[in-house]
Design a binder for this molecule. Structure first.
Ligand code: SAM
Length: 331
């Protein structure tokens, strides 16, 4: 490794989020409109070879220790298993995971595990089929549940379940989700809704806060702080009824953790972003396709990260939502 991805505030990025596509097979109401979005043209999306080359530069030259594949929906990327296999070949000690809605995971879990994936994060906001259909605009709850089970059986553990609560929709689902997660040995985390939706419909006053989630959970469980070191992890973890089960709460808006952020992001079209909320991107695809060397690409990537802002700025009076929605950045 040469110089790492440091920024001017003393943080070092070692966790790379790689978006493999901006397309998705669900239409979660808080993420994108029913009709979907204008997807990236095929030729603008990085090829498998380009993705792996950038990951290799990240790992060999910039100190990346953890790679998370996301999207859009990463399972709809045809080359996913092969990309995982080639990434694993870069180092046995790399931590490799996928963030997915789990549609089709039942079919792929074993192959992903054999390719070297360590674990999965599955997004699931409710266990009620009607509510699931309302939130995602698709009738696929059973596929998600089967996908989670297959991931667990394939050893992609701990299977983490990420849930977003929406006021008046599923905000009373917190305890049921936690009972279910504990029964199935999954690790549940609640994430505050962020201003990253394509429709720009997010309102702070409507958001279900981490504080409210805790209040809901305490109606059914005793929660005590998990003494384990949090490090750069976004989730505050709580022992459930004394442990060993834990639940996480990711308070991205009300208790931001930007000071400990160790992430760098690569979009499906080859842009580096230093933050989900960054308003600038750095084009590595043009460099890849223009014949730049690995050294040149690594230098530009370092410069992009050096300029990372101290915080996401959601509370600043002049806050502007990024131009791209979460699904196009890679959540
Ligand atoms: N399709 C994959 C999935 O469902 O996990 C990966 C991409 S998706 C954008 C990643 C996560 O972002 C999901 O857990 C989803 O619930 C979450 N998400 C989408 N929009 C969000 C928002 N505005 N605020 C908070 N989380 C959001």
């Amino acid at each position: 490794m040469q110089r790492p991805l440091a920024d001017a505030y003393g943080r070092v990025a070692t966790d790379l989020r790689v978006s493999l596509t901006d397309r998705c097979n669900l239409r979660c109401s808080y993420c994108m409109p029913a009709e979907g979005l204008d997807w990236l043209p095929h030729d603008e999306v990085l090829t498998d070879d380009e993705v792996v080359r950038l990951i290799e530069i990240g790992v060999r030259r910039l100190g990346i220790r953890e790679v998370r594949f996301t999207g859009g929906e990463p399972l709809i990327r045809r080359g996913l298993v092969d990309i995982v296999r080639r990434t694993r070949a870069l180092g046995e000690d790399l931590e490799l995971s996928v963030t997915t809605n789990a549609l089709g995971l039942e079919r792929n879990a074993q192959a992903l595990a054999e390719a070297g994936l360590d674990r999965v994060n599955i997004s699931l906001d409710t266990l009620d089929p009607e509510r699931f259909r309302t939130i995602t605009r698709r009738d696929r709850l059973d596929d998600v549940l089967r996908g989670a089970k297959a991931a667990h059986n394939a050893g992609l553990t701990p299977v983490k379940i990420n849930a977003v609560l929406l006021r008046g929709v599923n905000d009373d689902d917190a305890c049921e989700l936690l009972h279910w997660a504990i029964d199935h040995e999954y690790e549940l985390r609640f994430i505050e809704q962020m201003p990253l939706d394509a429709q720009h419909g997010w309102e702070r006053s409507e958001m279900v806060t981490a504080g409210e989630v805790m209040q809901r959970l305490r109606e059914g469980f005793e929660l005590t702080p998990d003494p384990a070191e949090r490090g750069g992890a976004p989730a505050e973890r709580w022992l459930v009824d004394g442990g060993p089960a834990v639940v996480g709460v990711i308070a991205s808006v009300t208790r931001p953790f930007c000071g400990a952020c160790d992430r760098t992001r690569l979009t499906a079209d080859g842009q580096i972003r230093s933050c989900l909320f960054a308003r600038t991107e750095t084009d590595l695809r043009a460099m890849l396709r223009g014949g730049s060397t690995d050294t040149e690409i690594a230098d530009v990537w370092r410069n992009a990260m050096w300029g990372k802002l101290a915080g996401h700025g959601i509370d600043d009076p002049g806050f502007l939502q990024p131009d791209r929605p979460m699904s196009a950045i890679g959540g």
